[in-house]
Design a protein around this ligand. Structure first.
Ligand code: SF4
Length: 342
């Protein structure tokens, strides 16, 4: 009899893990709370570091799932209601009253973006020309990057570390991907509007992965993006709907005031809204320091939860880039396969 795995979450981690498990001959149910697969990837335009279209990656994965025949069943608009231990495996009850007898459960519920309204001093939701990085990405996707009154932006500033590395919002961790996303988006603004002046206000630049450092150098040497080390202190709107931002250049040790047409807040990742609920239903541990799920260890059992038969993958265990998420999903599939065939 084939083994059955329930994957909770139909974002990139859930899809990639399902494909890997189906490829090993297991039956997989993907339980997705929204009406479609894709997660945050479905709302993204192009991906760092080489500007691949997000839709192409998503289409490849969706085609793989479609071609997996009856090995992968997708259940949308559903959530896990309860998980009970049985003599063999787990009884998973869904919100649509479907019951699945599973040999393993893989949690891939992903992350939520930090709600920028919480940093009231940055003016998100108050001033029309303050956007988040996700809002800007959606505008890139729809090829419409304009100010609220329809003007082409002449000056744009990106603010790093919004909702990350910030004790005031209880997120002291780094979200890993927002520095490189800010550099990518700054270059894209310059590609669209070569005359625009673009500023990146950062605390530290964490360009740690392959090709990231080259992107950063190209942003300066080819596109002329300005990098200013300093934390934004205040944003206010001018009479003509522009934004005056106050910061301090901490390298030069002097205060700065810039008036820009558009301000982009690089919102970080936070544990998804279902983390607490799932931790109770599946008896999972949550880290007291960053509120993401804890794995059994960080080395050899990096995809094992503390509960037998339950596994974890993707950004539900902490911020990850898309390549790292996909790699983690494949690693989780391998761990599950070993567990089931031991
Ligand atoms: S990746 Fe950069 S912007 Fe994001 S939290 Fe880390 S240091 Fe801040």
């Amino acid at each position: 009899m084939e083994d059955v795995i329930v994957v909770i979450g139909g974002g990139p981690a859930g899809m990639e893990a399902a494909l890997s498990l189906a490829g090993r001959g297991h039956k997989v149910y993907i339980v997705e709370k929204t009406n479609a697969l894709g997660g945050h990837l479905a709302r993204w335009d192009r991906l760092f570091p080489q500007q691949d279209p997000a839709q192409e990656i998503l289409n490849d994965m969706l085609a793989g799932i479609k071609n997996a025949d009856d090995k992968i069943e997708v259940i949308c608009n559903a959530q896990v209601q309860s998980v009970k231990k049985r003599m063999r495996g787990l009884e998973v009850m869904l919100s649509n009253q479907k019951m699945i007898l599973a040999d393993a459960v893989l949690v891939c519920c992903g992350f939520d973006l930090f709600r920028a309204e919480r940093k009231e001093e940055y003016g998100y939701g108050i001033y029309d020309n303050v956007l988040t990085s996700a809002d800007l990405e959606e505008r890139f996707k729809h090829k419409k990057v304009l100010c609220a009154d329809g003007r082409v932006p002449e000056k744009v500033a990106f603010v790093h570390c919004v909702g990350s590395r910030d004790e005031k919002v209880d997120h002291t961790y780094c979200s890993k991907v927002c520095c490189v996303t800010a550099v990518k988006q700054a270059c894209e603004i310059k590609e669209l509007y070569p005359q625009a002046e673009v500023f990146n206000l950062y605390m530290d630049l964490r360009m740690f992965d392959r090709y990231f450092e080259q992107m950063y150098h190209k942003a300066q040497s080819h596109y002329g993006v300005h990098f200013v080390r300093g934390r934004l202190s205040e944003v206010s709107e001018t009479a003509d709907g522009r934004l005056q931002i106050k910061t301090e250049d901490t390298l030069l040790g002097r205060p700065m005031k810039i008036t820009v047409d558009m301000l982009v807040l690089m919102v970080g990742m936070q544990a998804c809204a279902q983390t607490e609920e799932l931790s109770e239903k599946l008896d999972l541990k949550v880290s007291a320091s960053d509120h993401f799920f804890e794995t059994k260890d960080l080395f050899l059992k990096g995809n094992y939860a503390h509960t037998k038969g339950i596994f974890l993958a993707g950004a539900c265990t902490g911020p990850k880039s898309l390549p790292d998420t996909l790699q983690d999903a494949r690693s989780a599939a391998e761990s599950i396969h070993r567990y089931l065939t031991a």
